[in-house]
Design a protein around this ligand. Structure first.
Ligand SMILES: O=C(O)CCC(=O)C(=O)O
Ligand SMILES: [Fe+2]
Length: 277
């Protein structure tokens, strides 16, 4: 007798997407933290002049390095991905001057958002701070140009597995991990952020062999899952629930590079929100 192989399609979770032009508000950011919105795209969310200066500072930075952890890209700053607290916070301390130099004497839009959110949460008795340990303190953001060569410059992944495996931050992964992205430079076409209607469970990760990393999910796994594409331009801001699978489409043409400033935050306790990279 032949037993039919039933391959189960991943369970879909609905996406709640909000896209508009203008200034970001702390109320919207808090909606993502609470899991009410899955993705928020603010077009022209920060100044193009600032965006250009950050891009120029990135390009000429002596701190610019090639990633060596299996995710192709060039970066400034530190990533908790596949690291324990000791290595991550030590790296963040070393990188601090290079991250600061990205902003030179500009009024830093990432710090501006952090400060506004901190003030608002404080009114509700909630503290917002950079994650830290005896080894050091997280940076406000990291800057990255992805350089994958397939369909995606950054393969489909979730941002939760890396947090679950980082012992010091694991408490945050029980809640929404918000990924905050600023785009100082974007190509004319492509380089879009695609988010799939699927929030993998531990069992899903295990079935895909990505328990420790959440990266990468195969095209075959995502084939039947609906998705949404954020069409991004320089000066845009995008926030997503990082528990949903997302990836970045290939850049078309050889115009401007795609540069991203990225960080994560989430509730570690009902009265504490931590921020890291
Ligand atoms: O480059 C982007 O738009 C998304 C980046 C991202 O998903 C990440 O850094 O984990
Ligand atoms: Fe991500």
């Amino acid at each position: 007798m032949v037993t039919a192989q039933v391959s189960q399609a991943p369970a879909t979770s609905p996406l709640a997407i909000s896209e508009r032009t203008g200034s970001i508000s702390t109320a919207e950011i808090i909606s993502i933290l609470k899991g009410e919105i899955t993705g928020l795209h603010i077009k022209q969310g920060f100044s193009l002049e600032v965006a250009e200066e950050i891009t120029a500072n990135f390009t000429r930075s002596p701190g610019l390095k090639e990633r060596k952890d299996g995710v192709p890209g060039q970066y400034i700053g530190a990533s908790h991905y596949r690291k324990d607290a000791a290595s991550y916070f030590a790296e963040a301390e070393n990188e601090q001057p290079f991250v600061d130099a990205l902003f030179g004497n500009l009024v830093d839009p990432v710090r501006g958002l952090f400060d506004a959110l901190r003030r608002e949460l404080h009114k509700h008795g909630i503290e917002l701070r950079l994650a830290s340990s005896k080894y050091g303190q997280a940076n406000i953001c990291r800057a990255i140009c992805w350089s994958g060569t397939g369909t995606y410059v950054l393969e489909p992944h979730d941002d939760l597995a890396q947090v679950l495996c980082a012992g010091d931050l694991a408490a945050v992964a029980k809640n929404t991990v918000v990924a905050l992205n600023f785009y100082p430079s974007m190509p004319e076409a492509g380089g879009d952020l695609r988010i799939w209607s699927h929030k993998p469970t531990a069992a899903d990760r295990k079935s895909q062999g990505v328990e420790a990393t959440g990266y990468p999910y195969s095209t075959a796994y995502l084939e039947a899952v609906p998705s949404h594409e954020f069409k991004l331009q320089a000066g845009d801001i995008a926030l997503i629930d990082g528990g949903f699978i997302h990836g970045v489409t290939r850049q078309l043409g050889d115009g401007k590079r795609r540069l991203l400033l990225n960080c994560f935050f989430g509730f570690a306790r009902p009265d504490l929100v931590l921020w890291w990279t």
